[in-house]
Write a protein that binds this ligand. Sequence first.
Ligand code: SF4
Length: 377
Amino acid sequence: MKFLDEYRESATATQLARLIRETAHRPWTLMEVCGGQTHTIVKSGLMDLLPSEITLVHGPGCPVCVTPVELIDKSIAIAALPGTIFCSFGDMLRVPGSSKSLLDVKASGADVRIVYSPLDAVKLARAYPSREIVFFAVGFETTAPANAMAVWQAEREGIRNFSVLVAHVLVPPAMEAILASPNCRIHAFLAAGHVCTVMGWEEYEPISQRWHVPIVVTGFEPLDLLEGVQMAVAQLEQGRAEVENQYRRAVRREGNRPAQARIAEVFEVAPRKWRGIGEIPLSGLRLRERYRAFDAEERFPVGVGVVEESSECIAGLVLQGLKKPFECPAFGTRCTPEFPLGAPMVSSEGACAAYYLYGRRPCEGSESELPSAAPSR
Ligand code: SF4
């Protein structure tokens, strides 16, 4: 277990925590962008290691959580069409739409299948030429290359019974939307390492400069996150605002150019609605004109209209780092993983699920309220 133990080693974690304590002299609020990072932070108890000056809030980087209810409803309507095989990653199945989930429609007899790659869905399309195979293409820039590759492959092979329901979102516009909010309390970001493995970090440099905010590309293991925090706090204390790379073992500044080229060939940037947050300009991907025949929304025009989100669920505030999950009145009572009101309680990257699963509650004041005033960013 060489590559796991090395990044979970407690003596090094203690040293990093001491270094953070020695570095931090003022209150700083840091946001980790990715829900996978949130789970590591909460599961490993990293917040308990940090000094009271440092507050970690959790960002919008859970693609399942930010997929709008309308699109969940659309996936359910398409999955229920006769002759369709609807394919998805597993954690979309239990996400509540306006009245039911994909799991409910599967229980009613629809052919909904969990796949581990969009190329598995292309295989199904080859195997069942008389059926319509639809893949739910959810995710950030991390999953976009594989989804683009699936569409590209289907086009090359002339496969006509394959399509994708696209719900792709992009990280940089979401970070800018958070920074532009009058309620923003974020002083630094821990950027999502896997997204940057694909995209690099060049596109974060204008954000860092424009908003004078440190951005540290950070990995997913406990020591990655502690080192990312330490790097961000050092910048803040020194008055610097730069993009730095903690995740050196996986990320290069330019990212993965071939993967970026495949994304750009198949997808184009488009406005996208985020669940609980609303529409963010140029924050998503849609299929380019050449590949529009693979667009499930065009192939299956199932009308679902405008859908209201649960009035009880404050996921939008959680995803923008304005509230912690335990500040939601429904947390752990009317909203649990078995009976979720919102996607963050059921997604494997959801902040509410992390707090519920690992039993986190406010501890000794520092976590129970976010700082009301932001020192200079
Ligand atoms: S605890 Fe449930 S209802 Fe509350 S914000 Fe999280 S997902 Fe929404």
